[in-house]
Design a protein around this ligand. Structure first.
Ligand code: GLC
Ligand code: CA
Length: 592
């Protein structure tokens, strides 16, 4: 029996589900495409290299967009492709309104936009407003202008401490390691002021107390809105405004809470004046209609504070990093999901869910350990315990099927639909993340999750590009995992993604409700009801008994290994260790 023929026929189903439910979140009827959207992150330099220089390009994205359309996603989000010296893979922008020649031209961008539109996908671009490149004309002008000038006022310049100004103005640390301050040489050759950079020294922070900075970014927003983008993913959205006087901070550089240093006290994050900036941006977006959105990369701690970023007149969405970091710990997952939905419902904002991006170890690798992965950011090395790739991939499938059953929006990172692992064996000389150099190699950095994608197994570089070697070496397993190989197999990771994304849309799970199904929430399993779909994850080492008489909609295990969509789960049918299923539940109409 095929799933399609019985999906909406409750007659095929058995008795109503019994057992206690804990309601958390009602179905969402508020208009807005993004509220339930699946948005796919494209990391341009690693997507597809069409001109053969070893680095992905916009023409490569255009060429492969039809493959993404097969995934039934709503939008793509592109990491930066703007003019940049590429010191932080494009997050160091020297011209916000142009394409870096490495990736193509504005004409290539327009062609990509047109193709996405033709295929029914929206495009979201990355906006990097906390800092620019030290090669940006505004920063170059600040270097040659005197202390106290309007040019310097666009950035955060201060005199140093100590008798000769030889000490940095405060103790803030860079995310990438080392001090967050660099001293300049003044135009007359004398050692001079210091400028703040929360990231690499090539990424000076803007001063958001300066009107000129506001004006510049309002221009940038309009530039890309005029070119048809549906919105912006806002880089380190919580960092733009710094506390007056730049007070010392002994907590973590990324602002997450540590002993004695709650993240909410960090003077460089989450300052109240930020919210006025986003209100103003939202007004600008609204001039272009109701469909343009802002998504915050706001790493705030604790989670309920995230709701402040998505109040009705601010951003539309924020990334849910606590969910990413919850791993497969069912207690943490439940806590994060409940807290996210409850706090975001209070401001009528949708939640988002994410498992991977270009800054963390891919989830197929993180889940390839029986205990904890050695790290979830900053890369795994050859001397670390090595992941079990097959285990990681099958648990990644379970984690993704669980996530895509949740109500709200979801973000996917390129290559996760192929179950790609991180690259681990990268020669030091090829590592490009500034974290590696700034920590003397102590932190490997994020190159491992940024390896160029495999498209076609039989082609050079697994079809990433036909010319020079890819900018990072592809692991040996990439050819086996190439998209064309997976597209030809109904039991592949890619086929699972296609099936679950298609059904998620058909059942409108993104707009659905969530109630915990307590009987199956144990120390090693987690179950919730979204409408009439029961989503069940088993992370225990033992199989779990499925509730009898339910129809199987999707399983994270390939059909031939378990049972197939449309099968009825009988009493005693087991859900294996590290598996997720979606089951169709008959709900009794209690209102009639
Ligand atoms: C964000 C980006 C990261 C970048 C940093 C500085 O966290 O995701 O890749 O290095 O901001 O722009
Ligand atoms: Ca290229």
């Amino acid at each position: 029996m095929s799933v399609d023929s019985v999906l909406f026929s409750p007659a095929a189903l058995a008795s109503p589900l019994t057992g206690p439910l804990t309601p958390v979140h009602p179905a969402d009827h508020i208009p807005g495409w993004w509220r339930s959207a699946v948005i796919y992150q494209v990391y341009p330099r690693s997507f597809r290299d069409l001109n053969g220089d070893g680095i992905g390009d916009l023409a490569g994205i255009t060429a492969e967009l039809p493959r993404l359309a097969e995934l039934d996603i709503d939008a793509v989000w592109l990491s930066p492709f703007y003019r940049s010296p590429q010191r932080d893979a494009g997050y160091d922008v020297s011209d916000y309104c142009d394409v870096d020649p490495l990736f193509g031209s504005l004409g290539d961008f327009d062609a990509m936009m047109a193709e996405a539109t033709r295929l029914g996908m929206r495009v979201i671009v990355d906006l990097v407003p906390n800092h620019c490149s030290d090669q940006h004309p505004a920063f170059q002008a600040a270097l040659t202008a005197p202390a106290g000038s309007p040019e310097r006022d666009m950035f955060i310049f201060r005199d140093g401490r100590g008798a000769f100004g030889e000490e940095p103005p405060n103790n803030w640390q860079s995310h990438f390691g080392g001090s967050a301050w660099t001293r300049i040489t003044e135009p007359d050759g004398a050692p001079g002021q210091w400028y703040l950079h929360l990231f690499d020294s090539s990424q000076p922070d803007f001063n958001w107390d300066s009107r000129a900075v506001h004006d510049e970014f309002e221009r940038v927003l309009r530039f890309w809105l005029d070119r048809g983008v549906s919105g912006f993913r806002v880089d380190v959205a919580h960092a733009l405004v710094k506390a007056p006087g730049l007070p010392e901070w002994g907590g973590r550089a990324d602002g997450s809470s540590s002993d004695g240093f709650p993240g909410r006290d960090a003077p460089m994050f989450g300052q109240p004046a930020l919210h006025d900036i986003y209100r103003q941006w939202r007004r600008i977006l609204a001039e272009y209609g109701p469909d343009r959105i802002l998504c915050a990369e706001a790493n705030v701690d604790p989670l309920p504070r995230l709701a402040d970023w998505v109040r009705p007149d601010e951003m539309h969405q924020a990334f849910n990093f606590p969910y990413l970091h919850a791993g497969l710990d069912v207690h943490r997952m439940r806590h994060v999901i409940t807290e996210s939905l409850t706090s975001l419902d209070a401001v009528a904002a949708p939640s988002t869910w994410v498992l991977s991006n270009h800054d963390v170890v891919r989830h197929a690798t993180r889940f390839g350990y029986h205990g904890h992965a050695p790290r979830d950011g900053d890369g795994i090395g050859t001397w670390d315990p090595q992941p079990d790739e097959d285990l990681g991939r099958s648990r990644a499938a379970a984690a993704s099927l669980f996530m895509l059953g949740l109500p709200g929006g979801a973000y996917l990172y390129q290559g996760e639909e192929l179950g790609l692992p991180d690259g681990i064996d990268i020669p030091d000389t090829q590592r490009q993340d500034p974290t590696f150099a700034r920590t003397g190699g102590a932190r490997l950095g994020r190159d491992g999750c940024r390896i160029p994608l495999p498209w076609r197994a039989g082609e050079p570089n697994a079809g990433f590009g036909h010319g020079q070697d890819p900018w990072l070496p592809q692991p040996e397993s990439f050819a086996r995992l190439a998209r064309d190989v997976q597209a030809a197999s109904s039991s592949s990771h890619l086929s699972l993604y296609k099936r679950m994304l298609e059904l998620r849309r058909r059942l409108d799970l993104g707009r659905g409700s969530l109630s915990w199904y307590e009987d199956l929430c144990t120390d090693t399993s987690l179950a919730f009801l979204n409408g009439s779909t029961l989503v069940l994850l088993n992370v225990g080492s033992e199989p779990l008994e499925l509730p009898a008489g339910r129809m199987l909609l999707r399983s994270s295990t390939p059909p031939e290994a378990g049972y197939d969509a449309g099968d009825m789960a009988g009493a005693g049918d087991p859900l294996g260790s590290g598996e997720t299923v979606w089951l169709e539940i008959y709900i009794e109409d209690t209102e009639g």
